[in-house]
Design a binder for this molecule. Sequence first.
Ligand code: CA
Length: 229
Amino acid sequence: MRVLLIEDDNALGALLRRRLGGESMVVDWVRRLEDARGACREFAYDVVILDRGLPDGDGLDLVGTLRASAGKPRILVLTARGATRERISGLDAGADDYLGKPFDPDELAARCRALGRRPAILPEETIIIANISLNQSLRSVSVAGTKLTLPRRELLILECLIRNKGRVVPRERLLEQVYGFDDEIESNGLETNISRLRKTLRVAGGQVEIRVVRGIGYFIRATPAGSAR
Ligand code: CA
């Protein structure tokens, strides 16, 4: 198992390299994001241990690059202990696990072993329909490779439709996805969100359409060839 350790603290980095090396893991240790990018271009890693506070930026900025790199590594983020917000943002950014500092190196080693046993991210992580792709771990949607910025509810609706491509998604199910228990549901809020979403997709050049099945729900499909747009 090959591990990329991204940690700028010399004492901690040396300790972890020794500890994980003793587990017969191959550990490459870098201190900067820039060096980590270089390492990922050259080697395929099974697990990446990612510190957040690095001299040239926040480790989380690297998650997307790591995900797309050759070994499809599992990512463990090191955060300040008790910083719930940091843990949440780490997981939201696509990390697989986190550990609060200071931590027991034995626990880190155990978590690395566990992550190493997990199957790599499956290709289904990304769902493609026409020129639209949904990256399920990063929660992002791209049109022809360009990331689309969407308000939260529209993103939730689009995610749900794309995950269920080829099927009609009942209106109630979309409402459940989009509104929490305490949210007030405006009578045609969903329709408003969907019409905005259609417009955003059209403007961005998305070759898909969101169709309604009256009284039942919605589905997404690739725009049929030759149809007027
Ligand atoms: Ca640091």
